[in-house]
Design a protein around this ligand. Structure first.
Ligand code: WTA
Length: 635
């Protein structure tokens, strides 16, 4: 297991240097020693960021599910692969062993085939956090179908956009979902979406809530009876390392969501290798990541990374506040969780509640804590460290993105000394660069700039589904020969990185990426609205919240303002989902614009964060007078 499990800082530096000086040898050794391939690669990698074109382990053949399932059957067949903790603590947890998971994945794979799904076809998965979600993902991978998981909190319109963008021919969903005290009619949402998705030929429905739902004849099928009829043996499709494994949508600052395409060989190698080291996973550990599989964190660090390591991975259906704010800690104690990985927004929400919720539970099993999705503020970091980690479980603050597929900058626990709010050092093989606004790389320490990556890594997205030009323009056109992340960062005196936040029009609310343009489009469809602009402002729990500046068509619009606000949020819920609702809505007579007609969001951001003492030069605006009026009425 040389190289695979990093044990001290010197070893990290040694491996890091090797990964930079001899990347071929480095990655070849990892790929050779720790994975099963059906055929070896012809070359380790090939890249050209000007196109951009990147390939890893080209020529190799594999199936990722054989690495996540089959190869564990003899060694740890009876070990729990997925530990399912239901929403309701009174419902029993499920312990799905590797053998059982393998059989269930094969069965579902056979059903997919029977329904006419073939290698390369796209399958949309719109499911709550129940075992069938992970099983569906793996069943697609088993037969080489490309999964596109859509977070089950997205609205029917958002779902339809994603289904149509990549021409899914099938949707896998459930009758309903439980989250906290709420039950959602998921199938109803799917039915609505499908009115505008003519390409979908079949819908498989998992029974979860037993709600009475509409089943469209010829199109909709209950899953269980189909599973009952098929074999639990399904040979894994032979895939090229570069064949697409999945599509996952992420918000952009403009236009429709971007379907990031990930391929299988490099993605497998990198997610497995990072998982092993960043969570220091050991054979009898119980690892829990609280993310939803609808996001990249769930893909890489609930499903693929852990299973490729033969880990026990917890899937939690519920929410941290149900039945009370002690639920996370109750689950940790109940299952003796050893690694716990969550979002800063959850930590902040829980830190607001009484410590009794924590103290009522035995958290002594915990060894490593992690955070992801947004910068963690110092206060939340200390609360997590003192109360959950009891000052002895290192916190790995992991920076990465849907596009990067795996963790890029993070401490390695018990190896890298941690500093609150710092993601610390690049992972092995990752070569970050900080750039100034002129496009020059900032060398040395104590510099702040825009975060780029200057060398390829195995799990980077290969393209945007159906729009390679947009892939180039978004990520590779800003700085020559660099992948641009959209984030700002600084490097301190010892070379540690701290992520300072987005530098584009993406706003991270409760750890979810939201693009401003789609939200503005949704608002503008309200008949009373003529124009709008959204910005983020600091929020205690969510990190950022959304502030909308809205111009009404008729200044004297007679409707009650609070009702209008409700309708606008309703409009957003329908177009995108409740996660994109606005915290504050201010009706304004105009928006500050440059002479070329571009909204000056910098000014609106300052107004929204009540920081209007230093607005900078506004005299070049087309309409400087509007600024004073907006400030006067700011919420
Ligand atoms: C932000 C989530 C600070 C960042 C895996 C990035 C972070 C975006 C961190 C990607 C972190 C993620 N510290 N910021 N540890 N992790 N981010 O695609 O702005 O949902 O660009 O992937 O989240 O969000 P995404």
């Amino acid at each position: 297991m040389s190289n695979y499990h990093i044990k001290h800082l010197e070893e990290y530096f040694q491996l890091y240097r090797k990964s930079v000086r001899e990347p071929e040898n480095f990655w070849e050794e990892i790929a050779e020693e720790h994975f099963v391939w059906k055929k070896r690669w012809e070359r380790v990698f090939r890249w050209d960021f000007t196109k951009p074109e990147v390939a890893w382990f080209e020529g190799a053949k594999l199936n990722i599910t054989e690495n996540c399932l089959d190869r564990h059957l003899y060694v740890r067949g009876n070990k729990t692969a997925i530990l399912f903790e239901p929403n309701d603590p009174k419902e029993e947890a499920q312990y799905i062993t590797y053998k059982q998971l393998h059989a269930r994945v094969c069965k579902l794979a056979n059903v997919l085939k029977e329904q006419g799904v073939q290698k390369g076809d796209r399958v949309c998965i719109y499911l709550p956090m129940i075992p069938e979600l992970a099983i569906s993902v793996l069943a697609c991978a088993r037969i080489g179908a490309i999964h596109s998981v859509v977070f089950a909190g997205f609205s029917s319109q958002a779902l339809a956009t994603r289904i149509n963008d990549c021409d899914c021919k099938m949707v896998i969903t459930s009758d309903g979902s439980y989250r906290g005290a709420k039950t959602t009619d998921l199938k109803g949402i799917v039915d609505q979406s499908l009115e505008s998705c003519p390409g979908v030929k079949s819908v498989l429905v998992v029974k979860r809530t037993a709600a009475s739902i509409h089943m469209e004849k010829g199109r909709d099928h209950w899953l269980q009876p189909l599973l009952d009829k098929v074999s639990d043996v399904c040979a894994a499709e032979v895939m090229d390392a570069e064949d697409p494994l999945f599509i996952l949508y992420t918000s952009g600052s403009t236009g429709k969501p971007k379907g990031m395409v990930h391929s299988s060989g490099g993605y497998m190698v990198f997610t497995a290798y990072t998982f092993k080291n960043i969570f220091r996973y050991q054979e009898n550990d119980v690892y829990w990541c609280t993310a939803d599989i609808g996001w990249i964190t769930g893909h890489s660090y609930i499903v693929y990374g852990p299973l490729a390591n033969g880990a026990t991975t917890v899937m939690f259906e519920g929410v941290p506040s149900y039945p009370d704010y002690g639920r996370f800690w109750d689950v940790v104690a109940k299952h003796k969780v050893t690694q716990f990985y969550t979002a800063p927004t959850a930590i902040r929400a829980l830190a607001k509640e009484s410590l009794d919720f924590v103290d009522a539970h035995d958290l002594s099993s915990l060894k490593v804590l992690g955070t992801v999705g947004e910068p963690i503020n110092e206060e939340a970091w200390h609360w997590y460290n003192n109360n959950i980690g009891r000052n002895k479980s290192p916190i790995v603050d992991t920076w990465w993105q849907t596009e990067t597929g795996g963790i890029m900058i993070s401490p390695i626990p018990f190896v890298t000394p941690t500093t609150p709010t710092y993601a610390t050092l690049p992972f092995i093989g990752i070569q970050p660069a900080l750039m100034d606004e002129q496009g020059e790389e900032l060398m040395g320490n104590q510099v702040e700039g825009r975060l780029c990556i200057k060398f390829p890594w195995p799990s980077m997205a290969r393209t945007i589904w159906g729009d390679h030009k947009r892939y180039y323009e978004t990520y590779f056109s800003t700085y020559k020969n660099m992948y641009f992340t959209g984030d700002g960062a600084l490097r301190n005196a010892v070379g540690y990185y701290r992520i300072t936040g987005r530098v584009d029009d993406v706003i991270i609310v409760s750890g979810h990426n939201l693009g401003t343009a789609p939200i503005e489009d949704a608002i503008n469809e309200h008949p009373a609205v003529s124009e709008s602009a959204i910005v983020g402002f600091p929020h205690d729990i969510k990190g950022n919240a959304l502030y909308g500046f809205v111009i009404l068509k008729e200044v004297g619009e007679s409707r009650d303002r609070d009702n209008l606000r409700k309708e606008i949020n309703q409009q957003i819920t329908e177009h995108i989902g409740p996660i994109a609702k606005l915290e504050k809505i201010q009706f304004v007579p105009g928006l500050p614009k440059t002479r070329s007609g571009k909204i000056m969001r910098r000014i609106l951001r300052k107004i929204a964060s009540q920081d209007t003492d230093n607005l900078g030069d506004i005299s070049t605006l087309l309409n400087p007078e509007v600024v004073a009026s907006i400030i006067k009425d700011a919420l």
